[in-house]
Design a protein around this ligand. Sequence first.
Ligand SMILES: Cc1cc2nc3c(=O)[nH]c(=O)nc-3n(C[C@H](O)[C@H](O)[C@H](O)COP(=O)(O)OP(=O)(O)OC[C@H]3O[C@@H](n4cnc5c(N)ncnc54)[C@H](O)[C@@H]3O)c2cc1C
Length: 402
Amino acid sequence: MTSWDRRILVVGAGFAGAVHARALAEAGYEVDVIDQRPHIAGNAFDSVDDNGVRVHRYGPHLFHTNNERVVDWMARFTTLVPYEHKVLAEVTPQLLVPLPVNRRTIAEVFGTPLPDEAAARAFLDTLAEPIDAPANAAEYLYSRIGRRLTDLFFRPYTRKMWAMDLEEMSAAVVQRIPLRTDDEDRYFPNDRFQFLPADGYTAMFERIFDHPRIRVSLSTSFAPAMRRGMAHCFNSMPIDTYYGDRFGPLPYRSIRFHHATEQGETAPAGRAATVNFTDAGPFTRETDWSALPHHRVLPTGRRTLTREEPCDYRDNGFERYYPVKTSDGRYDAIYRQYKALADREEGLTFIGRCGTYQYLDMHQVINQSLMGVASFLAAASDAPSGSSASASSEPSYQTQPG
Ligand SMILES: Cc1cc2nc3c(=O)[nH]c(=O)nc-3n(C[C@H](O)[C@H](O)[C@H](O)COP(=O)(O)OP(=O)(O)OC[C@H]3O[C@@H](n4cnc5c(N)ncnc54)[C@H](O)[C@@H]3O)c2cc1C
């Protein structure tokens, strides 16, 4: 085995890059990681601010999954603090109701007593409009929950987040949104594992990268010449940028974060960590970081609240957050053209959110990355010698999405 066979370039120090780097290093490869940002952890980056509070710079990152193997992998690098996220929606400054919509939400919005689930379901039936074949998201929601709840919780959010009206969106998009008539108020009720890393994501990434065969270079943008001398490049940069936008750009929605300081160590009683806004203003939600476990790091008597203002990525320094999915699938079609080019490349694999142009939660990126490395190692069949931790010494990971 030559030194050439042992060197891997990983572009991006977010979850996709970090998991690839660690798994490959443990299999005996020498791994160079680069990131154009001055910090590791990608969009999961967090740091303690002047108010002594841990703030996730790119919006709140709540870990939730049913995939036990992903949890086992993360637990090697951090202590997991249980945390079940709950969200309130501000109907008026005086009226905060659970989101996703549940029995209490319906009762409080309409000011009507709904003592149990049956009463809530019967009441929803009176609101639902008889639309047999909903042609779009608005009609689907009207047919399930009527106009008032649709126009309060879904219409303004969709306009702010996607710059679209519900009429422009396919019914399939909103069919996945949970609408409950019981009292379940957890944001991720179907996920068995929900937690936050005890000392933050950045500290966890430091431990993931802490391996003698991993070198990390920050504030370093990818250049094609960097692939020279590398056996393989795992690349989480935007795939359209890599190919010079030759089939057109793949658009994203982005978010501008507005931070404010409030007096007081802790959030007022009854306030959730995240409050969504239902008004027509520019903000979708506000996070009070002090309400998340282990996020008050130093006592200062002050706390930080962050409001999110969605926008086009071109209006936010090309910060790419959410791939734009239209009902006609035109951007997915462009992505497939880039992917076809990439599939013909030797020694190059696009990974992660921007490499594969899809919104992925953290657990999905970890799972995909572990599966991707397992396939790579299987194809390479003879992993380089001198490895102190072979792939087989790691827990095995499922080869189908969890
Ligand atoms: C606002 C927001 C909230 C989210 N909340 C949650 C949540 O609550 N729970 C959850 O599970 N997931 C959440 N996610 C998703 C989570 O952020 C992603 O799953 C995860 O960050 C994907 O990791 P990644 O490595 O693919 O991408 P990233 O984290 O974006 O990392 C990619 C890295 O590549 C670098 N890079 C790009 N181009 C280049 C280049 N040319 N040269 C060098 N480096 C480059 C970037 O600087 C970046 O650091 C959220 C995402 C957003 C946007």
